[in-house]
Design a protein around this ligand. Structure first.
Ligand SMILES: C[S@@+](CC[C@H](N)C(=O)[O-])C[C@H]1O[C@@H](n2cnc3c(N)ncnc32)[C@H](O)[C@@H]1O
Length: 213
């Protein structure tokens, strides 16, 4: 089982390493739609330490920089070095940004060290989703927020998800909004806000969950 998970993780990283040069162009409309939804909800204070656990090519980090959002530190984490390389090119030498390549399931950050943690369009890729939620809970400060946006395995999206799974090599384990809420509660989070919508044939959800004080 452990060997299968390891292979699957490498395939996911390999798949995104190969996709990195064209990711922003190929998925432009999808990225803009999902990030706009997050930005409508996202709250960041000037003293906040923010962690994006699967930052990809850094669309969010660049948006915040370009639009003058204030924060203390923003860490971009991802298992794909090529995706992170694109992110580094985008934000340049701005010292508020840091880069790490941990698996979201086990990250080398201190406990209670971030005010906001974000996972955008990546939850379906995690081979151990419970471990990721536990890890996010560990690194968040009490009172901190976790923003989780991903595919919503409900209704018409079920067969779409099946086809994506057949035609891609990366890990695909999509959950529904209800299943995501259940998992978050199981690991101690309180659900603060939630939303769901369609973008073309994608069924999506966004949850803002908090770690109790
Ligand atoms: C669809 S991309 C989303 C990137 C970015 N958040 C966005 O919305 O444009 C999914 C990202 O999750 C990363 N990823 C997949 N599994 C991961 C894991 N276990 N730990 C950290 N990152 C992971 C991939 O390398 C990829 O960059």
């Amino acid at each position: 089982m452990a060997v299968k998970k390891e292979l699957s993780r490498n395939k996911t990283a390999d798949s995104y390493n190969a996709l990195a040069p064209e990711y922003d162009v190929r998925w432009k409309g999808y990225i803009e739609n999902t990030h706009q939804k997050l930005l409508n909800l996202l709250e960041i204070n000037p003293s906040d330490r923010v962690l994006d656990i699967s930052a990809g090519t850094g669309y969010l980090a660049k948006y915040l920089q370009k639009n003058g959002w204030e924060f203390d530190q923003f860490v971009l984490n991802d298992i794909s070095s090529e995706m992170l390389g694109k992110a580094q090119e985008k934000v340049g030498s701005d010292g508020r940004y840091g880069f790490t390549e941990y698996r979201a399931e086990q990250m080398g950050f201190e406990s209670n060290s971030f005010d906001r943690v974000i996972s955008m369009n990546a939850f379906h890729n995690y081979s151990d989703q419970g471990a990721v939620i536990r890890e996010v809970y560990r690194v968040l400060k009490p009172g901190g927020s976790f923003y989780m946006l991903d595919w919503n395995k409900q209704g018409f999206f079920r067969p779409v998800n099946y086809l994506i799974n057949v035609f891609t090599t990366e890990t695909i384990q999509t959950v529904s909004l209800g299943e995501a809420e259940k998992l978050l509660r199981l690991y101690g989070f309180c659900i603060h806000q939630k939303d769901y919508w369609y973008y073309r044939y994608w069924n999506l959800f966004l949850i803002c969950a908090t770690k109790p004080v």
